[in-house]
Design a protein around this ligand. Structure first.
Ligand SMILES: Nc1ncnc2c1ncn2[C@@H]1O[C@H](COP(=O)(O)OP(=O)(O)OP(=O)(O)O)[C@@H](O)[C@H]1O
Ligand SMILES: [Mg+2]
Length: 463
């Protein structure tokens, strides 16, 4: 995509000079507005976000230095270039201290001005890119904390590795708090677009009336309050990844516009007729049942298929409880930081964490761990009493909570036998091999325990 045209404000009181410069700059693709005085410049700056301002320092009334001050204060990213008369370098240096990027001295060749302008724009681009990359590095660090080693997570990680290398559109589904956003970031950070932007837009967090402009950008005057031209998230994500969160909440009108973006990779800013082409990878996420919404006519079927090119489903935490201890440790480490001694979790507390059904999934677990740490008041171990009320009330009978049914099922008889064996071995360990004591711990008759031990020692004969 060619960079979008830059809006430039030219402030110069000598009309002939101003006209000539304006003409030359327009010819180079700048969208030029003119101001003949400092007062006029301030008025224009007040209602339009210019990318560039070029101002003569010496103006009748409000001078160029004050114009630069106002411009930089209002738009910290603006590129300001000052024009000085009669080689008054001192004034130019002063202007640069106040935030101007460069200066040219009168009389100047237009090429001199263009050169200063190009260099300043390039520097500004690098500056914002660096700031952006630094932020992304921190993001990347966060993604590496995608935790889970159970079969469900292993399968997920494999899938992520495969899809990250492609440009296909992905639909991430899963209940709230299952990690849809960190998975979307993981896909981006492991793919060929990793050095470009990951731009997120939560479609449910922004009022419908503003969402369109947020996504597509707008031009000045497109609607009340649209004081300047603005890039939308789509343009910001050019060459990178656009993450559309809660995509199920989009209105019918917007669904249609999004469909066009996915099909043609082009769109217009709100209020503009100029078509912009973008190269974006789209990852959408939703916790609503889009299939049902399609059936009920609330979500476009064609859009659904365009989004669901590669489906990535995140299982709820209650279906992968085997990852809970690891997740808890991960959150504890993160909370503890380097300075604090490691925090552990008592067996009773862990039993309760494992028994809970986690309607808010990983996010809820994260919150509960954080609260428990606060309640543990610096003790090295989190006790059951430190856990929130929801976890005080549940029955932590292990068999209820520990069991999770893998997606592809399991061997029932072998699984039950494993649990029996585990319990018998543990109770024998605790009683130093005393079968009577072990039977008591398990609330079994001694003879029943012995019978079970014999059966479990035989090679599997259940099938
Ligand atoms: N596998 C995981 N490993 C480590 N942290 C995780 C994992 N999954 C989720 N989290 C953490 O849980 C929290 C919720 O994750 P995320 O925001 O990605 O969920 P979500 O599915 O987008 O939720 P919602 O539907 O509510 O927006 C985040 O703080 C995230 O870091
Ligand atoms: Mg989310």
């Amino acid at each position: 995509m060619a960079e979008s045209a830059k809006h430039l404000l030219l402030v110069e009181d000598e009309a002939p000079l101003r006209e000539i410069v304006a003409e030359q700059l327009s010819a180079r693709g700048f969208l030029v507005e003119q101001a003949a005085s400092g007062e006029a410049a301030l008025a224009q700056l007040a209602d339009f976000a210019f990318d560039v301002i070029i101002t003569d320092l010496r103006l009748p009334g409000i001078d160029g230095a004050a114009v630069v001050d106002a411009a930089v204060e209002r738009y910290p990213d603006i590129v300001a270039i000052v024009v000085t008369g009669f080689g008054t370098v001192k004034d130019a240096v002063e202007a640069i201290k106040r935030g101007a990027w460069d200066f040219v001295s009168k009389p100047f060749q237009i090429d001199e001005l263009l050169h200063a302008l190009d260099a300043a724009l390039e520097q500004r681009r690098l500056k914002s890119e660096n700031a952006y990359l630094r932020a992304q590095l921190e993001e990347r660090y966060r993604f590496e904390g995608l935790i889970g080693q159970g079969p469900a997570m292993k399968r997920l990680m494999q899938l992520l590795e495969t899809v990250a290398g492609t440009n296909s559109t992905i639909l991430v589904t899963g209940e709230t708090g299952t990690g849809k956003e960190i998975v979307a970031r993981a896909i981006h950070h492991n793919g060929p677009r990793r050095l470009q932007r990951f731009v997120a837009l939560n479609c449910s967090a922004i009022p419908e009336s503003l969402l369109e402009a947020e996504l597509f950008g707008h031009v000045r005057g497109a609607f009340t309050g649209a004081v300047g031209n603005r890039q939308g998230r789509l343009e910001q994500a050019h060459r990178g990844t656009l993450f559309l969160d809660e995509v199920g909440t989009m209105s019918a009108a917007l669904q249609m516009k999004l469909l066009r973006v996915l099909q043609e990779r082009e769109f217009e800013r709100v209020g503009d007729s100029h078509t912009i082409k973008v190269d974006v990878r789209v990852i959408a996420a939703t916790n609503s049942d889009l299939v049902r919404m399609v059936a009920e006519g609330q979500f476009r079927e064609d859009l659904y298929y365009r989004l669901n090119v590669i489906p990535v489903h995140l299982p709820p935490l209650r279906e992968r409880k085997e990852d809970i201890p690891l997740l808890v440790q991960h959150f504890l480490d993160r909370l503890g930081g380097a300075a604090r001694a490691p925090i552990t979790v008592s067996q009773e507390a862990m039993r309760r964490l494992m028994a809970f059904h986690w309607p808010g999934n990983v996010r809820q677990l994260e919150n509960f761990v954080e609260r428990a740490v606060a309640f543990s008041a610096g003790r090295p171990q989190i006790e059951a009493a430190d856990l929130p009320a929801e976890l005080q009330q549940i029955d932590p009978t292990p068999a209820v909570g520990f069991v999770s049914l893998p997606e592809d099922g399991l061997d029932f008889t072998a699984f039950i036998a494993n649990i029996e064996r585990e319990l018998i071995v543990r109770s024998l360990e605790r009683t130093g091999g005393n079968k009577g004591g072990a039977a008591k711990l398990l609330n079994l008759k001694r003879t029943t325990l012995v019978e079970k031990m014999k059966r479990l020692n035989r090679p599997a004969a259940h099938n």
